[in-house]
Design a binder for this molecule. Structure first.
Ligand SMILES: C[S@@+](CC[C@H](N)C(=O)[O-])C[C@H]1O[C@@H](n2cnc3c(N)ncnc32)[C@H](O)[C@@H]1O
Length: 274
């Protein structure tokens, strides 16, 4: 059921499991397909997906993994550039929807979390893409450790998340008494776009920016680039005076290649965060 332009109310909730998060995306799957395919989610179609494809396609990998692929629209785009693409998601209905609506022969969809997949396919993928999925997964540590296991030596990770510094302002919970930027916390709200708010809840896991960088580093990743994406003015639902803050963060990181330093973070990281 769709409700037009209701203000979104967010609340802090107890930590959830991957299965609980997946159940939310089960409920949202058909709406997500509709929003993307009809163009209602113009942010996804015109801002996020093109930016992700631009960044991802710098990789020359032949095997690509889309972690938290949802209904598989970005997976389908990736399959235009790469020989072999696997989309995984713990939401069974999202995976079934993806399978039913994407016929490309070089895509395989698997119902699994990244943690589950990493038990069976170590070192298989030259590129892992995580579009808006790491802020939806309960443990950043196990997710990034699993991604590191799944990547080949020198493999690339390209990720996007809502910008941790500005999303709280954009979604109107920055000034709530329960919100503390420095803490990881699970925040539930009705899934909403600028043009519609659904009745169904989804959970956003807030983590400070430094946390993403620390956990990438702990898992041996070298940060190659950080991009802060703003929305066209008409797309913004910001609740604060200025609406020109970046809404999404895109990062590309890689594992060291053979012969490169294992812990190459300091110099390269410092020069890439400017
Ligand atoms: C916001 S949706 C993003 C969907 C998709 N990437 C897109 O661009 O439309 C977040 C997805 O991450 C998935 N997810 C959450 N935890 C995960 C995990 N541990 N492993 C893989 N996917 C996960 C959820 O089930 C959900 O489908």
């Amino acid at each position: 059921m769709v409700v037009k332009m209701e203000p979104t109310i967010s609340r802090r909730v107890r930590p959830k499991t991957v299965a609980q998060i997946a159940a939310e995306w089960d409920t949202l799957a058909s709406d997500r397909l509709r929003q993307i395919d009809t163009g209602i989610d113009s942010t996804y179609n015109n801002v996020l997906a093109p930016a992700m494809i631009d960044v991802c396609t710098t990789s020359t990998a032949s095997r690509v993994l889309d972690v938290g692929c949802g209904v598989g629209r970005l997976t389908r785009e990736l399959a235009r550039y790469y020989d072999n693409v696997v989309g995984i998601d713990p939401s069974r209905i999202s995976i079934e929807t993806a399978q039913a609506h994407n016929s490309a022969k070089n895509i395989r969809y698997v119902h699994a979390s990244v943690e589950e997949l990493s038990l069976g396919s170590p070192g298989k993928f030259g590129l892992v893409v995580a579009n808006m999925s790491l802020m939806a997964t309960p443990s950043l540590e196990t997710a990034l450790a699993s991604i590191a296991r799944l990547l080949t030596i020198g493999g690339q990770l390209t990720l996007s998340v809502p910008h941790p510094c500005f999303w709280p302002l954009h979604r109107g919970f920055a000034n709530q008494p329960w919100f503390d930027y420095k803490c990881e916390m699970f925040i539930e709200s009705a899934f909403s776009l600028s043009s519609e708010t659904l009745k169904t809840a989804s959970t956003y896991i807030h983590r400070p920016l430094a946390r993403y960088i620390q956990v990438l580093s702990q898992n041996g990743f070298i940060l190659l680039s950080l991009e802060e994406l703003s929305l066209p003015l008409r797309e913004s639902t910001s609740t604060v005076g200025t609406i020109d803050q970046p809404k999404f963060l895109l990062a590309t990181a890689k594992l060291p290649g053979s012969g490169e330093r294992k812990n190459a973070l300091s110099g390269e990281l410092a020069s890439s965060i400017s």
